[in-house]
Design a binder for this molecule. Structure first.
Ligand code: NAD
Ligand code: WQD
Length: 337
């Protein structure tokens, strides 16, 4: 299938382009490089041994997108492009609603007069908030969002559901990612955090590399075994493979349908476990201290992945150890870039 990957120069998008091509699909990348750099496209081409078409454009530009869809004869879209910084979304909500919600509407309008049949959307476990029970299944309620970023993902799912239901051509699905970490095992592509990372693993690797003085563990008085929060950390390559399975799944579906899937490992790890595992696999001692809780943090969340196992024929294969080692190898090559 020929797939347009919006945000294909980004962290998860770049790994997905590599996996799509590996699986025999064709990809076209669209990214305005607002949160990536052109060298990532060169690295994707190096890893895949082919030259994937790249358009440096805004996905909300309806006229340009309509043209591109026809010119490239696109059949499916994987839509990663969005802003993703939770903290920034609180101070600049309109920036997030404009890009993540307004942009999606424009993109779907551009699709309306095309032959696009398949649409995969990047959603997030953030839609569940603090879950009532664990592991979190897809039947768990969507809780009121605690940030404009979270709200934008919830709104996008509703928009996609309604758009699919009204369509005689298209079926769509949302993948609710848990916590993506790690990098390609080649260390040629990975995450490019801008400024001080808010996420745990890039903060760990930057601290280990001496870019940050110390990691502050946000709270060790939570009602968990070691007092720190629990998350489901999934290797970005496993996550990328889930998108290939999603495209395969959609190609067997009738038009007009919408569904959503948790994408995680099914296993929860505490912040202290992540730190200890990082130290074990890399042999690097991490400078960290326990600090106060971070406002808005969920105590504990990890995915039930039976639905994705069964319906997408997908499961995560890689361990936390591999993910942290790959994140560290990527961090070290970044320093030399
Ligand atoms: P990323 O920032 O690395 O990638 C997004 C890419 O989209 C960037 O390359 C950016 O330049 C591009 N982009 C943004 N706005 C654009 C626009 N208007 N036009 C064209 N390109 C645009 O982020 P990521 O971590 O790869 O996340 C991808 C998707 O997954 C996002 O939708 C994000 O909300 C979602 N998600 C991410 C996480 C996570 O922890 N990384 C978790 C859950 C969901
Ligand atoms: C993980 C754990 C922190 C940094 C965020 C978004 C969510 C989703 C994934 C997109 C928590 C602790 C972190 C640090 C720490 N993104 N931590 N010190 O909070 O699960 O989710 O990314 O959809 O929407 O909110 O991920 O990596 O920020 O934190 O102790 O310097 O690490 O408190 O327990 P989170 P995270």
């Amino acid at each position: 299938m020929k797939v347009l990957v919006t945000g294909g120069a980004g962290y998860i998008g770049s790994h997905t382009v590599v996996e799509l091509i590996k699986a025999g699909h064709q990809a076209v990348i669209l990214d305005n490089l607002s949160n990536s750099e052109a060298f990532i496209i060169d690295r994707i081409n190096e890893l895949t041994g082919r030259s994937t078409p790249f358009y440096q454009k805004d996905f909300a530009n309806k006229a340009k997108i309509s043209q591109l869809l026809k010119k490239e004869q696109i059949e499916g879209i994987i839509h990663f492009a969005a802003f993703k910084q939770v903290g920034e979304s609180v101070t600049k909500p309109l920036k997030y609603y404009r890009n993540n919600v307004g942009g999606l509407i424009s993109l779907l309008e551009a699709i309306s007069d095309s032959n696009i049949k398949y649409f995969v959307f990047s959603s997030s476990c953030t839609v569940y908030g603090e879950p009532d029970s664990l592991p979190v299944t897809e039947d768990s309620p969507v809780k009121p969002a605690t940030s404009p970023y979270g709200a934008s993902k919830q709104m996008d799912e509703v928009i996609l559901k309604d758009f699919s239901a009204a369509s005689s051509k298209l079926s769509a699905l949302a993948l609710r990612y848990f916590n993506p970490i790690g990098a390609h095992p080649s260390a040629r592509i990975g995450e490019l955090p801008i400024g001080t990372p808010a996420n745990l693993v890039p903060f760990i690797t930057q601290t280990a590399a001496g870019i940050r003085e110390k990691l502050i563990v946000y709270g060790n008085d939570y009602p968990t075994e070691d007092g720190t929060c629990i998350r489901d950390y999934i290797h970005v390559v496993d996550l990328a493979r889930a998108h290939v399975k999603a495209i395969d799944f959609l190609s067997g579906r009738q038009a007009g349908q919408f569904d959503f899937f948790n994408i995680g490992t099914g296993k929860g790890s505490s912040v202290v476990e992540v730190i200890n595992t990082f130290e074990q696999v890399t042999g690097v001692k991490l400078n960290y201290v326990f600090g106060p809780r971070r406002e808005g943090d969920i105590i504990s969340t990890y995915a039930a992945v039976d639905k994705a196992n069964k319906m997408l024929n997908w499961k995560a294969d890689k361990s936390l150890e591999e993910a942290l080692l790959d994140a560290w190898n990527w961090q070290q090559t970044l320093a030399k870039k």
